[in-house]
Design a protein around this ligand. Structure first.
Ligand SMILES: Cc1ncc(COP(=O)(O)O)c(C=O)c1O
Length: 388
C-alpha cells in the first residue's frame, strides 16, 4: 500500500530540534531530518524490541552482526562494490566518524581539504582536530549548478594536506558528483598522497537522471585509502536513533580507526541497531516511494522559486532534500535572507553564512515535509517579499 507522505504529523512536544528551536508560529524548514514517519516495518521492529523490555548491551564492536551483512550485501547490489562484512564499522553517527577519521589520518598542523560552501559540522573538523582548513571553492555556473573548480582544488592541496574530506552527495549544493568528477578527485588525492574520508550519508537520496557513486567503489587503490561514512538515518529518517556506519576495506586502516575511537566513540545503541536492520531488510519499497515524493517536492520548490520569488534563484538539486537558494538579488532579503525570512515570513531556514565561504546571501531550505507544509512556507516567503 502506498505510504501517505501528505499526512501531517505533529512533532512539537517530541523534543525535536527542528520543531522546538523557534516560536510556535514559525514553520521550520531547516535541520536535515524529515517530517515523515519512518517505514512501518521499522516502527514495528522497534515496537517489538521495546515490548521485550530489556535494554542491556548489544554486540561488541569486533563482532559481525546481521547489520554488517546487510550493509555489505546492499553495497554490492547497488554499486557492485564488494566489501567484506568485517569492513563495516558501527558508529553512533557520521559526525563522530569523520572527526575520528581526520584526527587519526592527520597530525596537528596538517591540513584537510574541503570543498566550500559546506555542511557546518564538516567545516568544524579542522578546529576540532587542530588541523588547517585547505579549502577549495566550488564553481557555480550561470544556471546555479555547482561543479568542482579543478584549479582551486589542486591549488588547495599543499605540502601539509593529508586528507580530503569529501561530501557526496554534497550538502548544501545538492550535487551527486558524476563518476568522471570523482575519478579526477581520486586521481589528484592518490597523486598527492592524500587519504580520503567520504561522507556519503545522502547517497540514497538521489533523483532520476542522477546516480550515487561511492568514491571507494572506483578502484581497489582508492578503496584502500578511503574511509566511507554512511547511515540509514537520512534515508529512513532515523537520525535521533544515532546509528552510523563506516566502511573501511583496508584492514590496517580499520585497525587504526578502531584504536583512534577506542572508548571515546562507542557503538550504536540497541534501538538504533534494531531500526537499521529493519530498514535495510524491509525499507527499499518505502524508499522508492519517498524518492518519488521528494522529487515532486523538489520540482515544486524550483518551479515556485522561478515563478513567485523574484530575485531568488535555485538549481534543482541532483540529490538530498535540501535546496540552496541564492537570494543575492532578492531586494530586501538580499543582505540577510535568513533573518528576513524568519522575521517577515516566519519560516526558519539555514543561514548560508554558516556553510562558510560562498554562503553569504544564501539560505538552505529542507523540502522533506508534506506538500501542504512546503506550499505554506513558500507562500509565506512570497508574501514577505511582495510586502517588503
Ligand atoms: C553531510 C552530512 N553528514 C552528516 C550528517 C549527520 O550525521 P549523523 O547525524 O549521523 O552524525 C548530516 C546531517 O545533516 C549531513 O548532512
Amino acid at each position: 500500500m502506498a505510504h501517505d507522505f501528505d499526512r501531517i504529523t505533529e512533532r512539537r512536544g517530541t523534543e525535536s530540534n527542528k520543531w522546538r528551536k523557534y516560536d510556535p508560529d514559525v514553520l521550520p524548514l531547516w535541520v536535515a531530518d524529515m517530517d515523515f514517519a519512518s517505514p512501518p516495518p521499522v516502527v514495528r521492529a522497534l515496537r517489538e524490541r521495546v515490548e521485550h523490555g530489556v535494554f542491556g548491551y548489544g554486540p561488541p564492536l569486533e563482532q559481525v552482526t546481521e547489520l554488517h551483512e546487510l550493509v555489505a550485501a546492499r553495497l554490492e547490489r547497488l554499486y557492485r562494490w564488494r566489501v567484506a562484512p568485517e569492513a563495516v564499522v558501527l558508529l553512533p553517527g557520521v559526525i563522530p566518524g569523520f572527526n575520528v577519521a581526520c584526527r587519526m589520518l592527520a597530525a596537528p598542523g596538517d591540513g584537510v581539504l574541503l570543498q566550500v560552501p559546506l555542511y557546518p559540522p564538516i567545516l568544524r573538523v579542522p578546529g576540532n582536530c587542530g588541523l588547517a582548513a585547505d579549502t577549495a571553492d566550488l564553481a557555480r555556473g550561470p544556471d546555479g549548478r555547482y561543479v568542482p573548480d579543478w584549479e582551486a582544488f589542486e591549488a588547495a592541496v599543499g605540502p601539509r594536506t593529508r586528507v580530503f574530506l569529501l561530501c557526496n552527495p554534497h550538502n548544501p549544493v545538492g550535487r551527486a558528483f558524476r563518476r568522471e568528477e570523482l575519478e579526477r578527485m581520486a586521481a589528484i588525492c592518490l597523486g598527492r598522497g592524500l587519504a580520503i574520508v567520504a561522507d556519503e550519508i545522502h547517497g540514497d537520496l538521489v533523483f532520476s537522471g542522477h546516480r550515487h557513486t561511492p568514491i571507494a567503489s572506483l578502484a581497489p587503490e582508492v578503496a584502500e585509502r578511503t574511509i566511507t561514512l554512511l547511515a540509514p538515518s537520512k534515508t529512513w529518517n532515523l537520525a535521533g536513533l544515532k546509528c552510523g556506519l563506516a566502511v573501511i576495506p583496508d584492514a590496517a586502516l580499520r585497525a587504526r580507526f578502531h584504536a583512534a575511537r577506542a572508548d571515546l566513540v562507542q557503538t550504536v545503541n540497541i534501538l538504533g541497531h534494531t531500526a537499521a536492520v529493519a530498514a535495510y531488510r524491509h525499507g527499499e519499497a518505502w524508499l522508492a516511494e519517498l524518492l518519488g515524493y521528494l522529487e515532486a517536492n523538489r520540482d515544486f520548490v524550483v518551479d515556485f522559486v522561478a515563478r513567485s520569488l523574484p530575485g531568488v534563484r535555485v538549481a534543482a538539486p541532483d540529490a538530498t532534500y535540501l535546496a540552496w537558494l541564492d537570494c543575492r538579488d532578492a531586494g530586501p532579503a538580499a543582505a540577510d535572507p535568513y533573518t528576513f525570512f524568519l522575521g517577515k515570513a516566519r519560516v526558519a531556514l539555514n543561514d548560508g553564512r554558516t556553510f562558510g565561504r560562498g554562503g553569504q546571501g544564501f539560505v538552505r531550505l529542507n523540502f522533506a515535509c508534506p506538500r501542504a507544509t512546503l506550499a505554506e512556507a513558500l507562500g509565506r516567503m512570497r508574501r514577505a517579499l511582495a510586502a517588503a
